[in-house]
Design a protein around this ligand. Structure first.
Ligand code: ATP
Length: 267
């Protein structure tokens, strides 16, 4: 689904990504971890198009997107959420999702909502309410986004992103700044996002969503990821299934040098 081929990125004279290779398969939850400054966010930005690689190739479903701007990557099916949720503050939760659905329909050239209309069409509204229910925000549909809590804003952002029907969902630290209870809820939500609607999940029928996430919370990672890539100082130091990473001596030594993180690995 996503292929990274020898990605190199420099900020001025300082090279922060040194030839990263990775391949993310359809339908997996792929986590990128590493200590602060390892280059996770930079790699993430290279995938989303916010930053351009100095060398190397990013492919999405076989298509070279290395130089493609972010909005076209989103339109192609690469959705993303941010460390700090980005939603339209003056709009209600419902209107945020309606706007995203309308944007998707317009991009597909099949909007059912005239630009001068004040209210969304019934199908758009129903779809938006369904997404808000999915992220447990239906009761706050009429609230202005600016008035929502941090956790609710993250949930709203997820609903907005899902409204674009992405094939790959890229989440930069989805539980950043959350309480343990909220973190568990977000993990639960990501599991639901991966499941098809027919099984009580949030994925459109026939869709096999792929999730790529960076995260600092090991319990979230170990509970969700199918494979993990570990980065350190701009290099990939390990990539493999969760159990292999937990037991990798190099990972334990280089990245998880701190005792408390060893405990998390062993938990
Ligand atoms: N815009 C920038 N200009 C210059 N240097 C940058 C810029 N953004 C990041 N860096 C540097 O690139 C390196 C990698 O940073 P990056 O934010 O990708 O790491 P990270 O693994 O995401 O860290 P964290 O876990 O703290 O978010 C760091 O040394 C950082 O200081």
């Amino acid at each position: 689904m996503i292929e990274l081929d020898r990605i190199t990125k420099s900020y001025g004279p300082i090279e922060v990504l040194h030839g990263i290779d990775a391949r993310v398969d359809e339908g997996e939850v792929f986590a990128i971890i590493g200590p602060n400054g390892a280059g996770k966010t930079t790699l993430f930005k290279v995938m989303t198009g916010e930053s351009l690689a100095n060398a190397g190739t990013v492919r999405f479903d076989g298509q070279d997107v290395t130089r493609m701007p972010p909005h076209l990557r989103i339109r192609a099916g690469m959705g993303r959420t941010f460390q700090v949720a980005r939603v339209f503050n003056p709009l209600t939760a419902l209107d945020n999702v309606v706007t995203a659905i309308e944007a998707r329909k317009r991009a597909q050239g099949r909007t059912d909502h005239a630009w001068w209309a004040i209210r969304p069409s019934a199908p758009t509204r129903d779809e938006a309410m369904g997404l808000l229910e999915g992220v447990t925000l239906a009761g706050k549909a009429k609230m202005q986004a600016a008035d929502l809590s941090h956790g609710d804003r993250k949930r709203l952002e997820l609903a907005v992103t899902l409204a674009g029907r992405p094939r790959v969902l890229m989440m930069d630290e989805p539980t950043a700044g959350m309480s343990p209870v909220d973190r568990e809820q977000v993990s639960h939500l990501i599991r639901r996002v991966m499941k098809p609607e027919t099984e009580g999940g949030l994925s459109a029928p026939g869709q096999k969503l792929t999730v790529i996430m960076t995260e600092h919370d090991m319990s979230v990672i170990f509970g969700l990821a199918s494979r993990i890539m570990v980065m350190n100082q701009g290099k990939r130091i390990a990539l493999g299934p969760v159990e292999d990473i937990r037991n990798d001596p190099h990972v334990r030594e280089v990245y998880l040098g701190k005792e408390d993180q060893h405990e998390e690995l062993d938990a």
